[in-house]
Write a protein that binds this ligand. Sequence first.
Ligand code: FAD
Length: 456
Amino acid sequence: MTQLADVSFEGTMLTPGQDGYDDARRLWNAQHDRRPAVIAQVRSAEDVAAAVRYGVENGLEIAVRGGAHSVAGASSVDDGLMIDLSRLNAVTVDVEGRRARVGGGALLGDMDAATQPHGLAVPAGMVSHTGVGGLTLGGGMGWLTRKHGLSIDNLESVQIVTADGSILRAAEDENPDLFWAVRGGGGNFGVVTEFEFRLYEAGPMIHYGLLFWTLEQGTEVLRLARDLFPTLSPDVNVLIAALNAPPAPFVPEALHFAPGYGLVVVGLSSAEEHAEVVDRIRTALPPAFEFGTPMPFAALQQSLDEANDWGHYTYEKGTYLPELSDEAIAAITAQVPLKQSPLSAALFYRLDHAYSAVDDDATAFGGRRTDQFAVFMVGQAPVPELFEAEQRWARSFWDALQPYSAGIGSYVNGMTDAGEDRIKASYGAKYERLQQIKAKYDPDNVFHRNQNIRPA
Ligand SMILES: Cc1cc2nc3c(=O)[nH]c(=O)nc-3n(C[C@H](O)[C@H](O)[C@H](O)COP(=O)(O)OP(=O)(O)OC[C@H]3O[C@@H](n4cnc5c(N)ncnc54)[C@H](O)[C@@H]3O)c2cc1C
């Protein structure tokens, strides 16, 4: 067997029983307890290239771990090689040029920590312990999406290690086919060791509001949210969440853990604009409770961290909804009360403005660039005994929404156990082009622990 030590390798190699092995193999979703034969904790692109060659030469199945948040557990593998990018997490900021170079294993929090001192941000997701790698390669949506688009819409270039161990740069002017494919095609085309993003002004302070209603008011809340979006400037974003009220000091005790609907209103511009939107919502439908405060953008990015902590049993289904029609709302309000675990939730991210301004074919993103909602149905339980029911709930919720999804597939980062059909449905006409590019850069499908695109 080739030894990794035979090639130049700066990182650490862990095998079962060694100190650090159990920590390194742990994934965010407690459902997956995988035991790789080898974990290569890489420190450079050259390390990644050596690890890929080592895996291929020794016939080991390869998994690539960024932030370990794949709900499907794609970032580890039993008896194979896990390439652990978590130490490849440096972020450097060019303030003048408005660019950030971000290591392939960085977390969203690493990115915010480096960019926010300059009042800048990369448009990304809503939970700071998520990996930049997996999130970006699938698309990347969050608080700034209405204003600045997906993470991939703000990508300038990547450094990527392909299946033969080559270290390439991909950008509009270099390997443009590969650059197109990594903007939405997931980890199918290689291991990204560095992302170069455009930066925007964000924060350092934003305006935050949470308004909550009980289950009985679901129909009114969802209709209100539907009618609100067309009136909102891209400086305000609203997340619709079917969730349980937290046991927080601002929540009346009788409502601690009560299931219901929340609207999280985030104002990126003036206090007045934010207050005007919150006031309109409150007047139209007085909430059971509300909470509002200015907060640092970096704190907003961490505000959902605890609710999405490591170590729960999680199953997720995702779909797109072109609109919140009365029929879709009726389906949603019939499903939400059926969840049993207070950890389970359904989230509706609004996609419009900058998101919809990008041409459908400009990137490989699995989803149409029309105004819509990306819906995440997250079944979650603290212990395995309660998990089965939450999985069933997420599946039945997804089934109930399919008549309203216009057959436009799902966000590839929100699927747990999608087969080839669902993946094809998400990419639509782009799937064949992705297969051609896959055949060029990874003909043997070395990188298949992802939403897999089969080589042509
Ligand atoms: C708590 C939580 C919150 C989330 N919030 C959001 C959100 O707000 N917005 C959003 O868009 N999505 C969100 N997601 C979905 C998220 O984008 C995906 O789960 C994503 O795959 C996570 O990336 P990761 O690097 O943490 O995961 P990993 O499990 O490490 O990787 C996921 C996939 O990407 C591959 N991969 C990771 N890094 C690289 C790399 N550098 N090069 C090549 N392949 C790589 C892996 O091999 C694997 O196939 C959330 C998920 C969770 C669990």
